[in-house]
Design a protein around this ligand. Structure first.
Ligand code: ARG
Length: 471
């Protein structure tokens, strides 16, 4: 088997070396992007008079045939052709004859592979923004259905103050909004064209990089040829954004696991999103959130892996950089898997409002509010805190909750108490008293939902526009 770079060599490549250095096993995922980049490149070679239009037409025709084969899944790859770039070039030469060998004029695999990665990742970033949009929509749907559902809010996983379940869900909508904005922002740095940098220094051919950029919908062209072929920041940035996003999914997963336990029984995941036990017939396990929580590890690992590959790499291209791909593909697949399941899993979960209410009735999460009551009557808050601490201790010792105390009992702790305290202590009052921007009062949460729905629309429009741009 002759190599595309075989001229300088006197021996066949060792078979193990071939297998060890080949990337075709995984970079075949870039096949479509590779042809897309080549089509723009060869058009430019024609436009700049570097290749005669005749040759350009033949090469384009061959590339289109290859595109069809890729779409049908019947392009054959060979390890001896090392990577996707040489596999496709070989195919092209098989298809159109030696004129196919003119495609690589004024280009190197170094600027070619970088271009493929930019084309690939910009699409994924838009798709992930779309999947996050769907997840936000599901969360907002549950929030709207639970505008009157009160549950204990926690700090230190101890009951703290009652909140609306809608408010809790909307916290995740805010987190995923930041994830969307991070991805949108990263698009600017992904959407830069490396092609034309050649192997590292540029090319002797009179190419037009801006023409290629325009053809491929890149907003700009790398300023420095060395940077163009050795920059993997855009992939690291994606892996970092993915890690933060996965951390958010993992936190939500942890709550779903807790909430669906018998100890909490706050929610029930739909049967279609749970699995059973091979030995314990009663079990219904939250495997999806558990696995998402578990897979967060590999997403962080892929980020650390690539940061480490790039650390200390001298300019410009080094073969080490081929290691940028598997982690990226793995993170893309892991995130796709999680996000595709999350939206329907959230949309179909059952919320056990009665059970949440029972939890609120049987705790002291309204204690802050009687301290605030006394403070409003003129007692210094610090002193009120002390008085209520004693009241709670009395309740615990006598097996009561605050709302069980008689007015006489209240008065033994402070003469400032009157019978309005029973209204103050109702969970609804406690929740609606937090009527500040961003607070849990139902009018505030309703306003937050309205704002989130407006942003949802904006994200939807962005995704539609950028799906088109990044095709
Ligand atoms: N398969 C290679 C990679 O993924 C493509 C670039 C190879 N360039 C080179 N000079 N060997 O990095």
């Amino acid at each position: 088997m002759s190599k595309l770079w075989g001229g300088r060599f006197t021996k066949q490549t060792n078979r193990l070396v071939e297998e060890y250095t080949a990337s075709i096993g995984f970079d075949k995922a870039l096949a479509q992007e590779d042809v897309q980049g080549s089509l723009a490149h060869v058009s430019m070679l024609g436009k700049c008079g570097i290749l005669p239009e005749d040759d350009v037409d033949k090469i384009k025709e061959g590339l289109h045939t290859i595109l069809q084969k890729i779409a049908r899944g019947d392009l054959e790859y060979s390890v001896s052709d090392e990577d996707i770039h040489m596999n496709i070039e070989k195919q092209l030469i098989d298809e159109v004859g030696s004129v196919g060998g003119k495609l690589h004029t004024g280009r190197s695999r170094n600027d070619q592979v970088a271009t493929d990665m930019h084309l690939y990742l910009r699409k994924r970033v838009v798709e992930f923004a779309g999947l996050l949009h769907d997840l936000q929509e599901a969360l907002i749907g549950q929030a709207k259905a639970n505008l009157n559902t009160i549950l204990p809010g926690y700090t230190h996983l101890q009951r703290a103050q009652p909140i609306l379940f809608a408010h809790h869900l909307m916290a995740y909508v805010s987190m995923f909004q930041r994830d969307i904005e991070r991805l949108q922002d990263s698009y600017k740095r992904i959407n830069v064209l490396p092609l034309g940098a050649g192997a590292l220094a540029g090319t002797t051919f009179p190419i037009d990089r801006h023409f290629v950029a325009e053809q491929l919908n890149f907003d700009s062209v790398y300023e420095n040829s060395l940077d163009a072929v050795s920059d993997r920041d855009f992939i690291i940035e994606f892996l970092a954004d993915a890690s933060i996003l996965m951390m958010h999914l993992s936190r939500l997963s942890e709550e779903l696991v807790l909430w669906s336990s018998t100890e909490f029984r706050f929610i029930e995941l739909d049967d279609a999103f749970c699995t059973g036990s091979s030995i314990m017939p009663q079990k219904k396990n939250p495997d999806v959130p558990e696995l998402v929580r578990g897979k967060t590890g590999r997403v962080y690992g892929n980020l650390m892996g690539l940061l480490t590959v790039l650390k200390s790499l001298p300019l410009a291209y080094n073969k080490d950089m081929q290691e940028d791909k598997e982690g990226m593909f793995d993170t893309v697949a892991t995130l796709q898997g999680a996000l595709r399941l999350f939206a329907p899993m959230i949309a179909t979960m059952t919320v056990n409002g009665d059970r949440m209410r029972e939890a609120v009735n049987k705790d002291f999460s309204n204690a802050t509010d009687i301290a605030d009551f006394l403070a409003n009557k003129g007692m210094p808050f610090r002193q009120a805190h002390e008085v209520i601490g004693k009241t709670v201790l009395y309740c615990i010792q006598n097996n009561k909750y605050l709302l069980d105390l008689t007015l006489d009992e209240f008065k033994t702790f402070s003469s400032l108490f009157d019978d309005t305290i029973y209204t103050v202590l109702q969970p609804e009052t406690v929740v609606n008293a937090r009527n500040v921007y961003g607070g849990t009062a139902s009018s505030q949460v309703a306003a937050a939902i309205t704002r989130a729905e407006e942003r949802l629309q904006a994200t939807g429009a962005w995704v539609t526009e950028y799906l088109e741009k990044s095709k």
